[in-house]
Design a protein around this ligand. Structure first.
Ligand code: NIG
Ligand code: FE
Length: 413
């Protein structure tokens, strides 16, 4: 078979292998080729190897991309983002600097609730265009697949608007976008004295509509002191599972209140944040086959503790790293920064970090059979970097090190 595209002159090709998340020492198992090539046909990886590309794969129509001795990896996968929302929250910066905590800002009706107001006020076309701009910016930083949550509408109309935008963007940009319903992100002001009523509304009204319309693959809950407790989380996520959705939990971000054991009991695909997780919680995640999605950019921005990644690895829990892009707790969408904090703050090795933003992140959105590694038959989502080695990518924070981004064999950047 002839290649449609050939990437040649690759200094270092680094990739995880396989079609399932890897934890423990396997998290650092990376296949490294030097002086390599990668051939693409029909949007998929046709072949990779060292040395010169085999002549029989080339014909006059094969597009040739010179990697100029650079590093090549699979496209990055951002498995936890809050992609569409109205406004920013830079106005909270002064409060934050004066020492008011993230949760206190929310309790005062700011935080998530101020973004809810701005998101409800935004029409769908405006929301689409803004989120499209964010997707393009992510792609420019090496992200070729992502997860996007709702959770800034809370009412049916606005949640559906956010989820429709995810679907339209996947269709129009060709980027894989896993869509997650996060109605249980906060109690909206209209239900402030009727939390039971809001939970019924989520379970009886919004969830069935979302499932019926096929607008989400996953359902997520913000399980945190003063937001949703473990029982409420279990009730909502059990209902979602009953409707055929996969489940995720924002768990142990600030306080450890049981979200992680709910995630393990329900066989969640991932539990996310996990900065306050105990050994017991880690063991539960391992036994439940749950991926730990760690979000170091959030710890950075909130100036809070980082998750204990080394302990998760000791317990054999597969780690994914994601940006958590959102207007309140981390307004950064550059996944390279999560990789660099993964090394510098979480003490993960560059190899473990690469698995975390490719294979394990693919598994965290249930796409590890087609995405996340550079292996024959996988989708040809590839980044050529402006560095010749993985160590440099995990160290040179502050610059965008992308040279070329390829999605399904098509050059996007
Ligand atoms: O993952 N923690 C809950 N949700 C988001 C933040 C949302 C916001 O502050 O707007 C997070 O950090
Ligand atoms: Fe989040």
């Amino acid at each position: 078979m002839k290649a449609d595209v050939i990437i040649y002159n690759i200094g270092q090709l680094a990739t995880a292998t396989g079609a399932a998340a890897k934890g423990g020492i396997e998290q650092g198992d990376i296949r490294m080729l030097t002086n390599a090539y990668l051939a693409i046909a029909d949007e998929k990886v046709l072949n990779i190897g060292e040395g010169e590309p085999p002549q029989e794969m080339l014909d006059p129509y094969t597009a040739q991309i010179d990697a100029k001795g650079g590093l090549v990896t699979a496209g990055l996968i951002d498995s936890h983002t809050h992609l569409s929302f109205g406004g920013w929250r830079e106005g909270e910066l002064a409060k934050k600097l004066a020492g008011v905590s993230y949760m206190d800002i929310l309790r005062e009706g700011g935080g998530i609730l101020s973004t809810v107001r701005a998101t409800r006020d935004m029409d769908e076309q405006q929301m689409y265009e803004r989120a499209e701009g964010f997707v393009n910016e992510m792609v420019a930083h090496g992200t070729t697949a992502l997860e996007a949550k709702s959770g800034y509408g809370l009412d049916l109309e606005t949640e559906l608007k956010q989820l429709r935008v995810n679907r339209l963007l996947q269709r129009d940009t060709g980027i894989d976008i896993a869509s997650t319903y996060l109605g249980a992100h906060a109690i909206p002001l209209d239900f402030i004295s009727n939390r039971e009523g809001y939970i019924r509304y989520v379970i009886d009204v919004v969830l069935p509509t979302v499932a019926d319309l096929g607008l989400a693959e996953f359902c997520d809950v913000f399980c945190e002191q003063g937001v949703f407790d473990a029982n409420e989380t279990r009730e909502i996520l059990s209902a979602a599972k009953g409707l055929g959705l996969g489940v995720k939990v924002h768990s142990d971000e600030i306080h450890q209140i049981g979200g992680t054991s709910v995630a393990a009991q329900l066989g969640a695909i991932s539990a996310d944040h996990l900065t306050a997780t105990t050994d017991e919680g880690m063991i539960a995640l391992k036994n439940g086959g749950v991926i730990a999605t760690l979000l170091p950019c959030t710890s950075f921005y909130l100036n809070k503790d980082y998750a204990n990644a080394r302990k998760f690895i000791e317990h054999g829990v597969p780690i994914a790293l994601a940006s958590d892009f959102n207007p309140g707790s981390t307004p950064n969408l550059n996944l390279q920064f999560a990789m660099q904090l993964g090394c510098l703050r979480l003490k993960m090795t560059p190899q473990e970090v690469l698995t975390a933003v490719t294979l394990n992140a693919a598994a965290a959105i249930d796409k590890a059979d087609s995405l996340g590694t550079l292996e024959v038959g996988k989708q040809a989502d590839v980044v050529v970097w402006r560095t010749n080695n993985l160590n440099e990518l995990c160290y040179r924070y502050g610059s965008n090190l992308v040279d070329t981004v390829i999605k399904g064999g098509r050059v996007l950047v």
